[in-house]
Write a protein that binds this ligand. Sequence first.
Ligand SMILES: [Cu+2]
Length: 213
Amino acid sequence: MRLMKKLFIFGLIWGVALLIFSLPFAGQVPQAKAMDPGGTIKGVVATPWVSRYPALVYVEHINGNFPPPKENPHMSQKGLQFHPHILPVLKGSTVDFTNDDTVAHNVFSPPGSATSFNLGIYGPGVKKTQTFNNLGEVPLLCIVHPDMSAFVIVLQNPYYALTDNSGKFEIKDVPAGTYTLKTWDEKLKAASQQVTVEAGKTTTVEFKGLTRR
Ligand SMILES: [Cu+2]
């Protein structure tokens, strides 16, 4: 009986010791994750062109799997225009194309696009869909209205931003690491530079000397 009692107390002390020892770790693990907000990439695409033709600034590649959203991105045709003019989407996304006008429209993307397709000509109230599985630029045109144009830009990850009318952009919550940051602009050649993002910090970049494509 005495031996049993000793063993019990011994076990109890070890149990309590283990619990005390593991408590700080139990608290730290989820905290460390929650406190890792990534960093911010902030800067400017320095050219007057962006006031009329906004640039898309994006991280070319980040390790990881970024599945497309459950809700499809949406491209509308209304007032004889595409809305929005530039639609960045994740690879694998299916875009809803809706005719929200009072006239018939078409959507097609010419040969040489990352995805070339043609949805035919269809009337008001109709919705068509197209999936984009290849990275890159997909110009959108309407065979009925030669002035209509837009772009779907297919990206690998969700770390991107469009410039405002003074060329400024900000990409938040980027995982720490070193990446290639690129620009896309319908009128300008792509530019790229390397950026290093540190958790909780802001990295500032400037794109200069962009030329016409
Ligand atoms: Cu049209």
